[in-house]
Design a protein around this ligand. Structure first.
Ligand code: NAD
Length: 556
């Protein structure tokens, strides 16, 4: 089969731009994905569709879909088309949701093998992945936050140790470079290192630890930014660095440690031999992966003890380590709670826009608008300047920017106006990561140690998805964890298309403001001061039940 790439240009294959946009987004996740043959986009198992017949059926259906119809998708398989109305979403989907008690990795793999379910990652099955650039600002903001808290505001002359150069982890070397650090990324698969070098995300590669350390030492001494990919296994390299007395300033890991069967490659295995072991003795492979993770996490804890800033970057590595005997793994901080929560509490999070025309110039025009209109927003203007200089486009040209409540809709409405006036080559799709204020419950990532203890309550992403449907978004998705994430998370995704129409104005304003509005209220409900301030300054209609406490005591 011919390699799938996203359609570019102004010719529609569907009955309207909204449908065409979603089709291009689907093609785009595959264009940017890690293993197109298997429909795998990232995180080892995150798929764009159930299987090839489902993919082809989705493509055909989107081409036929009327403006007043809704396509229903269950775990990457199209189920039916329903007559709804022009303000309804064109696509709704639920991917990999298992009933609580049954949400285990074993059940997931069993149902997956029967062809009944897939794990959609967050943005894979919801057709929102835009390549490694999708997480790059998040990774950069983490490094910046560490710089502010621990290193006097700058990582120049600092050494970051990490692992994993996959679909998401591939953003780490460039984010580290942009934050002025010297970053060493351990990766077990050479083709992943090569892919990041070809994409311009990674500068140097070697299979020699000695050479890697020489380069890093030199960069640290001269205060130079540098990214190095080291071919090796993190479970071997981290303890070896300790043995040699090498002490990084910052340590993390973004291998696919969440999945012991399909993700993390144990010490002594290559990706190929792990593939064979997966078929021939899966239980032994999982045990080996668990043991290797335990060794790596023990090393991370020791780095912490020796003074490094050590954090979990959202791959469940601590939970796996606990299962394999490292009872104190949770002494390692989670990045959200340690570094990003003040932003999420104001619903500032990873917002994205994709130029459906395929023209990079459209993104540059939007960059210029942002630099002019958001010049007082330091996070955004600093990032857009950096992204413009350093971040190469992958697939359809796209940009990420950490915008919050009202700012997202201000940007989207301005872009819709540019589309309407013919100043852009085509419509633009707006989306965001599921790791967003209202959109994710994950007690070991997004909602760890919430102020009110509401970590495991998954009402919020469900409410978020329902509200986005009511708010006329074009695509709404509800996901839960699969594979190693089974039982760990629930999240919601949303996409809205700026096609230049006045209807789009209404959709963008309503869906984007309600999406972030609920995000602010979720954190306000948990008692975060920043959220309560945002409620007041931005006039979000919060119902304050505390006001009714005195009255209710008289009712009783
Ligand atoms: P991926 O499967 O595309 O890539 C993982 C990489 O790790 C692969 O290249 C693999 O070869 C490498 N690897 C596996 N075991 C290794 C080992 N022992 N030593 C060295 N390299 C090893 O996954 P991804 O999309 O890059 O995601 C990585 C993890 O990050 C996942 O657990 C994912 O869920 C998580 N994630 C976090 C965030 C966030 O916001 N922090 C966002 C997205 C994904």
């Amino acid at each position: 089969m011919k390699k799938i790439t996203a359609e570019r240009g102004g010719v529609l294959r569907c009955k309207g731009w909204r449908q065409e946009a979603l089709l291009r987004m689907l093609e785009n996740v595959l264009e940017n994905g890690e293993n197109q043959k298997e429909l795998i986009v990232y995180a080892s198992l995150g798929k764009a569709a159930r299987n090839w017949p489902s993919y082809l059926a989705i493509v055909d259906t989107l081409k036929q879909l009327e403006e007043d119809e809704t396509l229903v998708i269950q775990s990457g398989k199209p189920i039916g088309v329903f007559k709804t109305h022009r303000q309804a979403p064109l696509v709704v989907m639920a991917n990999c949701n298992l009933v609580g008690r049954w949400a285990t990795s074993e059940n997931f793999y069993d149902l997956q093998d029967k062809g009944l379910i897939i794990w959609g990652g967050l943005t894979a099955a919801a057709w929102q992945y835009i390549g490694s650039q999708g997480v790059i600002q998040g990774t950069y903001e983490i490094f910046q936050s560490i710089a502010r808290i621990h290193f006097g505001g700058n990582l120049r002359g600092r050494f970051i140790l990490t692992a994993g150069l996959g679909g998401m982890g591939g953003a780490q070397p460039l984010a580290g470079y942009m934050a002025n650090a010297a970053i060493l990324c351990v990766e077990v698969a050479e083709e992943r290192i090569d892919k990041r070098m070809a994409a311009g995300y990674l500068q140097r590669k070697t299979d020699s630890l000695d050479e890697a350390l020489l380069w890093i030492d030199e960069a640290v001494s001269n205060g130079k930014s540098l990214s190095v990919g080291l071919l090796g296994n993190a479970a071997d390299v981290y303890p070896e660095l300790l043995r040699r007395g090498v002490q990084p300033d910052i340590v993390t890991d973004q291998t696919s440690a969440h999945d012991l069967l399909y993700g993390y490659i144990p010490s002594g295995y290559s990706p190929e031999s792990a593939g064979v072991a997966r078929r021939e003795h899966p239980t032994k492979l999982q045990a080996a992966a668990g043991a290797s993770i335990a060794n790596e996490v023990k090393a991370m804890l020791e780095f912490k003890k020796r003074g490094a800033v050590v954090f979990d970057n959202g791959n469940n590595i601590r939970s796996q380590a606990v299962q394999y005997g490292v009872t104190n793994a949770f002494e390692i901080d989670i990045f959200t709670e340690a570094f990003l929560r003040p932003l999420f509490a104001r619903a500032i999070g990873p917002f994205r826009w994709i130029a459906l025309s395929g023209e990079a110039e459209d993104i540059r025009i939007i960059d210029d608008y942002i630099l002019k209109e958001f010049s007082d927003n330091d996070i955004v203007s600093n990032w857009i300047k950096l992204a413009n200089t350093y971040v190469p486009f992958e697939g359809l040209p796209a940009r990420i920017g950490w915008f919050g409540h009202k700012d997202r809709s201000k940007l989207a409405l301005a872009v819709n106006q540019l589309v309407r006036e013919g100043k852009l080559a085509g419509p633009v799709a707006f989306s965001r990561d599921h790791l967003d204020a209202a959109a994710m419950a994950h007690p070991n990532i997004m909602t760890e140690r919430m102020k009110d203890g509401s970590d495991a309550i998954s009402d919020w992403p469900l409410l978020n998805a329902m509200l986005n449907c009511s708010s006329m978004a074009d695509l709404v998705a509800i996901h839960s964890g699969g594979g190693g994430y089974s039982g760990y998370m629930t999240s919601a995704g949303v996409t809205i298309v700026a096609d230049g129409s006045e209807e789009s104005d209404t959709r963008l304003r309503t869906a984007l403001d309600n999406d972030t509005g609920l995000g602010v209220l979720r954190y306000a409900d948990a008692g975060y001061e920043q959220s309560l301030a945002e409620v007041r300054t931005k006039g979000i209609a919060r119902i304050d039940t505390h006001r009714y406490e005195t009255i209710s005591s008289t009712v009783k």
